[in-house]
Ligand binder design. Sequence first.
Ligand SMILES: Cc1cc2nc3c(=O)[nH]c(=O)nc-3n(C[C@H](O)[C@H](O)[C@H](O)COP(=O)(O)OP(=O)(O)OC[C@H]3O[C@@H](n4cnc5c(N)ncnc54)[C@H](O)[C@@H]3O)c2cc1C
Length: 316
Amino acid sequence: MAEKIGIIGAGMAGITAARKLTDAGHKITVFEKSGGTGGRLSTRRTDYGNFDHGAQYITARSAPFRAMMTGLSNAGAVALWEPVGKTSDNEWHVGTPGMSGLVKPLLIGFEVKKRTRIVDITRKDDEIVCTDEDGNADRFDRVIVATPSPQAYTLLSPVDPVFGVLNTIVYMPCWTSMFAFSEPIETLPDHYRGAHTESLSWLARNSSKPQSIGIETLCAQAGAQWSKDNLEMDKAQALAAMKDALETMADQTLKPIYAEAHRWRYALVDKPFGTAYLASHDQRLFAIGDGMLGGRVEAAFESARQLCDHLRREIS
Ligand SMILES: Cc1cc2nc3c(=O)[nH]c(=O)nc-3n(C[C@H](O)[C@H](O)[C@H](O)COP(=O)(O)OP(=O)(O)OC[C@H]3O[C@@H](n4cnc5c(N)ncnc54)[C@H](O)[C@@H]3O)c2cc1C
């Protein structure tokens, strides 16, 4: 029987669930608080090129996720990234153009209400009501919350105590910086991975990714512990600290033509739940996302995939 299902969050988990449940014949509405889709599969578009300032690349280990990557690659939304100095044997998949482009072929046949933050979920009669911050209410047979777990906890734990355990899931923050330069910075590598205590723990030459427009662009991430210790730091100060670290690595003074910082409060999962999804006793409310299985795009996909398999059996 076709049902009306609401999904909160348009990241990999929410979009995967929307795609699979639409294909199964259900009527899906996705609510997304930001103006775009992809969640932490995120691309900042500027006059100086695109910056993947969230997830950097994707590895696909399971057969279902590899099949998804193949489909997206055939649709022109995924390519392989081969940075100079790559030592891993795993394929590094990236979205084209940019990481946020990766989910675009999946957005067919269901509604995505962007710039719509859900602030309240309640049970009314036999339905679940989602209310946004402007007071608009939509009614559904079932609702899936596909946000980082602390945000899911806020929405779901007042409705059903089973979701109280969501607050045991731990995320670490990440300060990220984006730089563009008029000349290549030859002394910096295409990518670098370092210690999580430092203000520079990951570096990617964005312009070495497929479909770059040729301007030298870099994304640098501070380590998780450094980001946590400096979570409330002023944005300009955080940017200055990350630029200092980059100059030390480059062994020269850097004069970017564009520089910006972004703070991800919930970036990478430090302590996942360990089960793919969480369900209310009446099987009408669900929590999915990377907090359930681990801080990777594939884990967010797998969480949604397993819930959809469960719903296929549940809804008959
Ligand atoms: C800096 C950084 C680097 C990373 N690097 C990698 C990497 O290299 N490889 C990798 O595999 N993973 C990486 N990750 C992790 C990866 O991005 C995530 O694991 C994955 O994208 C999570 O997907 P998700 O759907 O669970 O959540 P999200 O992508 O966070 O999606 C949740 C969505 O819910 C929306 N939302 C939240 N609350 C509400 C609300 N109340 N109403 C409506 N909408 C709401 C949010 O705006 C968001 O769009 C990285 C993450 C960060 C931040």
